[in-house]
Design a protein around this ligand. Structure first.
Ligand SMILES: *[C@@H]1O[C@H](CO)[C@@H](O)[C@H](O)[C@H]1NC(C)=O
Ligand SMILES: *[C@@H]1O[C@H](CO)[C@@H](O)[C@H](O)[C@H]1NC(C)=O
Ligand SMILES: *[C@@H]1O[C@H](CO)[C@@H](O)[C@H](O)[C@H]1NC(C)=O
Ligand SMILES: *[C@@H]1O[C@H](CO)[C@@H](O)[C@H](O)[C@H]1NC(C)=O
Ligand SMILES: *[C@@H]1O[C@H](CO)[C@@H](O)[C@H](O)[C@H]1NC(C)=O
Ligand SMILES: *[C@@H]1O[C@H](CO)[C@@H](O)[C@H](O)[C@H]1NC(C)=O
Ligand SMILES: *[C@@H]1O[C@H](CO)[C@@H](O)[C@H](O)[C@H]1NC(C)=O
Ligand SMILES: *[C@@H]1O[C@H](CO)[C@@H](O)[C@H](O)[C@H]1NC(C)=O
Ligand SMILES: *[C@@H]1O[C@H](CO)[C@@H](O)[C@H](O)[C@H]1NC(C)=O
Length: 464
């Protein structure tokens, strides 16, 4: 029996080895996944749940809300950080070639771009790729007849990119453009811009408190390296932002180096951004949920209506970075206070150190091309649910990672039943409804309802 004992021992060793500490360090870090609103599209698997529908469920309809794809630069970022740093560098007489860790500044030039807010090549390609990915994800759903986009160039160009990736023949999918006016009430894909209570600068004050703190040691280091540059904390933010914009316009950037900024310093940049978005479009802004709710309500109504009433199964809409986070708040997702037994949400984002275990991580919530999906599923073949009277369940995904709603998870893999969803929507509406009132609208034709999907709006075909 010595033979079988040896076998047992040999078999046991690999199994044991898997549970041991690795002998060599496996730490690696990618700054591009921590750039918040400037992060190139990625799927962080947060949480790492299977994007495929639960066993025995098939998706019968789906709606997507998508942020536009990568752009050259956001106007605000350009004017506040990117431009001033580039100009200061251009004017500077420092001989960078003599400073090893900053030598790249001797030859680096900002990318030549015609206009800041245009979608980059990478962005167009990634939008097309998302179209292909969606077609693979739902092989049995009909291709949409219409895709919606708010009227800015970067949102319509992104939608066109997606359409080109999605359609098999030219000119089969129309693009419906929705005006981004300031008096549209909730009836647009940019309801924050017609909400007077929303301010695009909300969160700057809180964020700058933390920026000042995290950039201080970095500035001390840079001042030692290049005393004549007159470094400011805006230069640090500018360089960290260049990492993202440089990458999406020309494929890589010397600013992304982890010897220029250490991994922890990228996490600090990310946290400063998270503070900003927390107070801007997140749980730290009392109006966020009211801004996001109309899309949730309209979309759930759209998905709920029987298939035969619709001429399409897939509803895809393009907007800007502000709307997706407010929709997440409307659904109660990425809420730092969940399971905390309290609702002291601002305390979860301290301004003097990082809350590493926060759920509100903007790189996961609003990178370029970020997308929130709500899927309607028929789970009549799912074990344990095969006998229910209504086999309809809903599932939310953020960048392809399934999420569990805070008060509705009675379906397969914590999806939400049709009845449960009706109750959930009622509960969220009671809590967050009343767009016009909460926004304090000052024009008299406002509306609390998003009706772009139910009105028969016409669009234009998108060719090659
Ligand atoms: C760069 O130099 C120009 C011309 O001297 C000056 O007008 C500009 O303010 C300088 N910019 C910065 C950021 O120092
Ligand atoms: C209110 O009127 C303005 C000006 O005519 C228009 O742009 C806007 O779309 C209207 N809002 C709604 C909700 O119909
Ligand atoms: C250094 O930068 C600060 C802040 O931008 C500015 O006020 C100051 O004039 C600059 N000093 C020099 C010597 O350029
Ligand atoms: C969080 O802070 C914001 C801005 O100061 C404030 O308007 C909001 O009411 C606070 N939220 C809570 C739950 O305390
Ligand atoms: C966030 O979570 C807390 C704790 O569960 C809850 O009281 C609060 O209502 C939630 N906020 C939103 C907007 O859902
Ligand atoms: C769900 O799928 C089953 C099996 O294909 C089918 O019989 C049933 O009609 C479907 N129900 C709905 C609501 O789509
Ligand atoms: C569903 O119904 C079938 C047939 O009546 C039965 O055999 C099965 O146990 C039921 N399943 C559940 C989970 O109740
Ligand atoms: C929700 O959508 C339905 C259908 O479009 C609409 O009748 C209702 O007024 C909306 N409710 C809210 C609170 O937006
Ligand atoms: C929607 O508009 C198109 C084009 O204007 C028209 O052909 C179609 O009949 C309309 N559909 C409905 C349901 O009104």
């Amino acid at each position: 029996m010595a033979f079988s004992l040896t076998t047992v021992v040999l078999l046991a060793i690999p199994a044991l080895a898997q549970t041991q500490q690795p002998l060599y360090s496996t730490y690696n870090f990618n700054p591009l996944e921590h750039l918040a609103g400037i992060a190139p599209y990625f799927e962080p698997s947060d949480p790492p749940r299977d994007p495929a529908p639960p066993q025995g469920c098939e998706v019968t309809k789906a709606a997507y809300l998508v942020r536009h794809a990568a752009i050259n630069a956001n106007d605000f970022d350009y004017e506040s950080y990117l431009g001033p740093f580039a100009e200061k560098l251009e004017n500077s007489t420092v001989d960078w070639s003599k400073i090893p860790s900053l030598a790249f500044l001797d030859t680096w030039e900002p990318p030549t771009i015609k206009e800041e807010e245009r979608v980059t090549r990478t962005g167009k390609l990634e939008a097309g790729q998302l179209g292909v990915q969606i077609s693979y994800r739902y092989p049995t759903l009909r291709l949409p007849k219409r895709v919606w986009a708010s009227s800015a160039e970067r949102t319509t160009v992104s939608a066109q990119g997606l359409i080109r990736g999605l359609e098999m023949e030219d000119n089969t999918i129309d693009l419906v453009v929705i005006d981004e006016g300031k008096e549209g009430g909730a009836d647009s894909l940019t309801p924050y811009s017609s909400c007077p209570a929303y301010s695009s600068s909300a969160g700057s004050k809180q964020s700058s408190t933390y920026v000042k703190k995290y950039t201080a040691p970095i500035l001390a280091r840079l001042r030692t390296l290049a005393p004549h540059f007159n470094w400011t904390s805006s230069d640090v933010v500018g360089m960290q932002e260049w990492c993202g914009y440089d990458t999406v316009t020309r494929g890589s950037s010397p600013f992304c180096s982890t010897s220029l900024f250490r991994p922890d310093e990228w996490l600090q940049f990310e946290y400063a951004q998270d503070i900003q978005y927390h107070y801007n479009t997140g749980y730290g802004n009392d109006v966020s949920g009211a801004i996001g709710l109309p899309w949730l309500n309209a979309t759930l109504n759209l998905l709920d209506s029987p298939l035969e009433n619709d001429d399409q199964d897939l509803f895809i809409s393009f907007t800007h970075r502000e709307l997706p986070p407010t929709v997440l708040v409307a659904m109660g997702l990425f809420n730092n206070s969940e399971h905390s037994g309290a609702n002291n949400v601002n305390a979860t984002m301290p301004l003097d150190r990082i809350n590493y275990h926060r759920q509100w991580v903007s790189s996961y919530i609003l990178p370029f091309l970020t997308n929130i999906a709500i899927e309607k599923m028929n789970c009549s073949a799912s074990y344990g649910y095969e006998n229910v009277t209504d086999p309809t369940f809903y599932r939310v995904m953020v960048n392809q990672s399934p999420q569990t709603l805070p008060t509705c998870f009675d379906g397969p893999l914590e999806s939400c039943s049709a009845d449960g969803m009706a109750g959930f929507l009622k509960e969220r509406t009671a809590m967050l409804g009343g767009y016009s009132e909460k926004c304090g609208v000052d024009y008299d034709n406002s509306t609390d309802v998003l009706s772009i999907y139910s009105r028969n709006l016409t669009g234009k075909a998108v060719g090659r």
